[in-house]
Design a protein around this ligand. Structure first.
Ligand code: FES
Length: 158
């Protein structure tokens, strides 16, 4: 039996649109995975950012801060939908659609608080489940590297 599919558009950090069909019941995190959409940023990217900020700030980096970077990196690795990271952060681009979603749980809100670039319509992609009313939803992917937000670390403009 064929499951009903809805249209979902992901908009990446460059503004490029990716149109996909998502079966009802599937989370946006899974849908992104299935369509090779880089929602969470590759571990390599985190490493790169870690190195980048470490080298750049080396003269001023204390061992404590270095350790903080490292633990943050560990924590930011994708949790595969168990609400233990914020790497699947997506921004619902239209409030009408945002309002059709189930309210976030306290756990989700706690995790969202850790996401860089939090907006009024931010959600965890693993908690947004496709349903017919969401047909046509547009989700912006925050810049992947921005998920690497160490307390007190401000990303350098490149
Ligand atoms: Fe970790 Fe969604 S994948 S909270």
């Amino acid at each position: 039996e064929q499951k009903e599919k809805i249209s979902v558009t992901f908009v990446d950090k460059d503004g490029d649109e990716i149109h996909i069909k998502v079966p009802t019941g599937m989370s946006m995190l899974e849908a992104a995975h299935e369509n090779d959409i880089d929602l969470e940023g590759k571990i390599g990217k985190y490493l790169f950012v870690a190195l980048d900020c470490t080298l750049g700030d080396l003269p001023s980096l204390s061992p404590v801060l270095l350790r903080a970077y490292f633990f943050k990196w560990i924590r930011l690795r994708a949790c595969e939908g168990s609400i233990a990271c914020s790497t699947c952060h997506v921004i619902v681009m239209d409030m009408d659609y945002y309002n059709k979603l189930e309210d976030p749980t306290d756990e989700e809100n706690d995790m969202l608080d850790l996401a860089f670039g939090l907006t009024e319509s931010s959600r965890l992609g693993c908690q947004v489940i496709a349903k017919p009313e969401l047909d046509g939803i547009r989700l912006a992917i925050p810049a992947a590297t921005r998920n690497f937000a160490v307390d007190g670390y401000v990303p350098k403009p490149h």
